[in-house]
Design a protein around this ligand. Structure first.
Ligand SMILES: C[S@@+](CC[C@H](N)C(=O)[O-])C[C@H]1O[C@@H](n2cnc3c(N)ncnc32)[C@H](O)[C@@H]1O
Length: 404
């Protein structure tokens, strides 16, 4: 997928009739893509796509292997073939179906599918979101998209194997599913990000204390801990299962300079005050109920000469500059649905939710930071990779700050 979608009806070369026809086609395309997407969710959760990627199957064979009723399966197969997702092998009776090799990586392990799995969770939120958007409606609703994603993935992992275990990081049997258990990134993939922070690499080589708030699976700090044995790394996240997985990973790798604990940025231990030379908060602020309080906490735990890296989504420009921009469509959708949980019990202004750089810098300066570098950070979902794995994850801004 390129970074930019082209909308034929926006072409200046069409007359009004042509535009109307092209727009009509586009809406039909959106509708059929939505239906196909739901088919992908079903096929992914029932492991049909995974099985189809291993060979050619009749409906009956697939039904037996996946333990799925044949009459339902027949309709699903037709939907997926007409949607161009799986192929039916011509000239065979009974018909055989397969998932071509070149589609497998995207469909079975890809980030796109991983997010598509969340569409049922998002759909459930639509009435709540509509209620919140009304002037007299509630301020927000309870929902943690990160947890919901884990749950969506965990469900698809568990189903079919009768496991149904609680989260999507790694199965109980230790075989991580690639699409939910991304690898710990190589230093070579993330170094550009950390080299852009003035003097950070030199200080990490010498030995400093670093803290990652909202660390999730902790992969970024595990990478840094491996690269910089003289420094000490701590990660914190209220999501206990992610912390459990992160610590398991640390143990497996035998690392002594990194640890993870369950903590909410809004209630950090007193002994962390002024303790850290480097504080890192990546794509977490927009999840936090009181973002301004969180920003004050970042200030509080930082040493007076410390550095703070904040990664948050955002665009810099007018909406019309981003027509068809894939990562903007994704991040605006994400922000819209994240706004509910952030706004819950909270009247504060938030960074992260689509603020442009200028506004975000004003907010950061307001709590006592000096913003040294605000720049777009090409990033894929779970690593701040130099090369984006997928164009939908491009729009993150890395704000490098010191205390004023
Ligand atoms: C999108 S994930 C980002 C994970 C990781 N920092 C990364 O960039 O890969 C958002 C994380 O924020 C965490 N989070 C949500 N509310 C939080 C809070 N009040 N304090 C700290 N972390 C929080 C979530 O549990 C989740 O792990």
């Amino acid at each position: 997928m390129s970074n930019k979608l082209s909308y034929p009806d926006c072409s200046p070369n069409l007359d009004d009739d042509g535009k109307m026809k092209a727009f009509d086609d586009r809406i039909n395309g959106i509708l059929t893509s939505t239906f196909t997407g739901l088919g992908i969710v079903i096929g992914s959760k029932l492991k049909l796509l995974e099985i189809l990627s291993t060979g050619k199957f009749t409906c009956e064979e697939l039904g037996q292997k996946a333990k799925v009723k044949e009459h339902y399966l027949k309709e699903w197969l037709s939907l997926m073939v007409s949607g161009g997702i799986i192929d039916s092998i011509n000239n065979e009776v009974p018909e055989k179906y397969t998932l071509p090799e070149y589609r497998k990586k995207t469909l079975v392990n890809g980030f796109g599918t991983q997010f598509m799995l969340m569409t049922p969770e998002y759909s459930k939120l639509v009435p709540k979101l509509i209620a919140c958007m009304k002037i007299n409606g509630p301020d927000g609703y309870e929902f943690d998209p990160h947890t919901a994603r884990m749950r969506a993935n965990a469900e698809s992992e568990g189903e079919g194997e009768g496991e149904g275990h609680g989260h999507g990081h790694k199965s109980k049997h230790g075989h991580g599913h690639k699409h939910v258990h991304p690898k710990i990134p190589d230093w070579s993939k993330v170094k550009k990000t950390y080299e852009s922070v003035p003097n950070l690499v030199q200080r990490l080589e010498k030995g400093i204390n670093a803290l990652d708030l909202g660390c999730g699976n902790g992969h970024l700090f595990i990478t840094l801990a491996k690269q910089f044995p003289n420094s000490t790394f701590q990660g914190a996240d209220p999501f206990a299962e992610a912390i459990e997985d992160a610590n398991k990973e640390v143990k497996e790798l035998g690392l002594k300079n990194v640890s993870f604990s369950v903590a909410d940025v809004l209630a950090l231990p007193e002994e962390w005050t002024g303790k850290f030379d480097y504080v890192h908060a990546s794509r977490m602020l927009h999840h936090v109920k009181k973002p301004m309080t969180a920003l004050q906490q970042f200030v509080k735990v930082l040493k007076p000469d410390g550095t703070f890296s904040l990664f948050e989504g955002g665009v810099d420009g007018f909406d019309r500059d981003f027509v068809g921009d894939v990562s903007t469509i994704f991040s605006k959708f994400n922000d819209l649905f994240c706004f509910g949980p952030t706004a819950e019990f909270n009247k504060e202004h938030t960074v992260g939710l689509g603020l442009n750089k200028k506004d975000a810098i004003k907010i950061l300066e307001g709590v006592g930071f000096k913003v040294l570098v605000p720049e777009y950070q090409p990033s894929n979902e779970d690593t701040h990779c130099e090369e984006s794995g997928n164009p939908i994850f491009r729009r993150f801004i890395h704000y490098v700050c010191t205390l004023n």
